[in-house]
Design a protein around this ligand. Sequence first.
Ligand code: MIC
Ligand code: SF4
Length: 643
Amino acid sequence: MKPMNVAWKILSSHLKAGDPAADSEIGIKIDQTLTQDATGTMAYLQFESMGVKRVKTDLSVSYVDHNTVQIGFENADDHDFLQSIARKYGIIYSKAGNGICHQLHLERFGKPGTTLLGSDSHTPTGGGIGQIAIGAGGIDIAVAMGGGEFYLPRPKVRAIVLKGKLRRAVSAKDVILKVLEKYGTKGNVGWIFEYTGPGVRTLDVPSRATITNMGAELGVTTSVFPSDAVTKQFLEAQGRGGDWVGLKADKGAAYDDVFELDLSEIEPMMAAPHSPGNVVTVKSMKGTKVNQILIGSCTNSSYRDIRTVALYLKGKHVADDTEVGIACGSRQVVNMLAADGSLAILHSAGCRMLENACGFCIGAHMSPRTGAVSLRTNNRNFEGRSGTKSAQVYLVSPETAAASALTGRISIPTDNPVAKVPAPAAFPVDDTMFLYRDTAGKGLPKTEIVRGPNIAKVPAGTPLAEDIEAVCAIKVGDKITTDHIMPAGARLKYRSNIPEYAKYVFEPCDGAFPGRCLENKEAGLANVIVAGESYGQGSSREHAALCPMYLGVKAVIAKSIERIHRANLINFGITPFEFEDPRDYGKIAQGDRLSLKGIRSAVEGDGVLTFKTSKGEVRVKTALSPRQKKIILAGGLLATLRG
Ligand code: MIC
Ligand code: SF4
């Protein structure tokens, strides 16, 4: 047998469709799924409409961690709906307060050598434990829960060869920021980053998970580490030694590309506003006054991370003009911090201890003051995501956050390093907030699904017509994120109510967009979105496709489109076109009438469509598999599943 890398070992053992030797789609079996509440409600509404009796995966978990602030009835209604769905269909339900999905999944369920599909872009956190863990739209998770395979373009695998050992006070966050400095947030679609080399064994599992977590910001399909003695120790300490299998690349395994990174040369790094790809050294920003510091999120909320912060703050106090908030990743983390005295240290130091949830990371609370400098240990610093448009958000390691909390200015943690936190010999396990563990996989109780007024129907798409008369309803620039398209924060509570949520599409760019689209729709015209490079960066939220579909958007024409968002557009019957010549972007203006004659034939055929504008002819193209063509022609994936 040909020597294989870790990524292909897992993919090959799960291959269900497609030819891995060809440059096309492959379909893989999914062993585990996860959803979180903000994407989960829609995923389960779609799952329900598929008429499947119970989930067919080895394990499916429904986490509640995003919408936990509960101002108004909507969040709580969503929680009740999710709990009843879990009970009915054999899904494990993680109650609000238990922790953040990715941290919890790593602690309690992630298994080396398996596949995990999650309705959240940071699902690749599981790569830290040797899983092929991929983020996707809710409907893809619904299909996987029903036993269907997951399709992805045949990935290319890049080896990131780690050498040496990190210096004290330099940590995993600095490593992934270094990788982001090299590869940026665009142009990595279709890659898997596989971490390998002698430096791997110097990183504990939470550190590996920080690195794979933020692979999402690179835009890669996923990132993966081998499963070795360090992984084994972690699983044994979680009381899950039986879940361990060893996994490493065969000698002589081939990679499509190789990048070497010497851990010992990395210095503290940070991502400057407003992109995780704007990487600079902490040194270059030293002394900048800081108004707010927030520590936590699925990237940096493990025991190792928060204990490190406590070591920095022990016997000291945070600066007077700086507010510091800390959100732990799970109850396990909080219990450990309580037991070793860290919680008292953090409280005494003047930190605000926040709920174990996404919270500040998704702009659900703790918005900084106007024009603030906010240092955060999370993974995204898109403009306005914090809830304050004028805020300058920097992404840093827990070490940099802690060192800066003491001075109120950006400070270099290596100047005063603290001791390394050793990997715990045993984690305290308390699974009491995972409900229905026993019924998952057995006979299921009869359950009424609870539907409050916030749980609306999933709108249906319409089949693609041969000719479309359309309007360019909005023209946007490069690096438009899903936070621009479908804002979260204060609007997050409408996730299960599409007509309501659709009122906010493109709110940060142009609040009049939804109204304009509905007028066009009323007048029998379709809507088209025109965009620059890397359209749809960021989250997996399918609402960024579903709500535009509801507003009558039939096509996106961009210079390039990111992986998860492109798949979501297809799933909701919106054709994702790219300019054949990117300069043609200049030929279309907002408000232009576009006569997309023969769009259906183009989708059925070679994907090329030509149309006229006042500035000349434009040629656009889309590369679609036969499966994807069928979905677009039918008006969306749900329509094909319903027959
Ligand atoms: C995010 O970090 O942007 C989110 C909120 O977790 C999203 C999912 C969502 O929008 O619900 C993600 O990363 O996929
Ligand atoms: Fe939650 Fe933030 Fe992680 Fe998204 S990135 S799952 S909002 S903690």
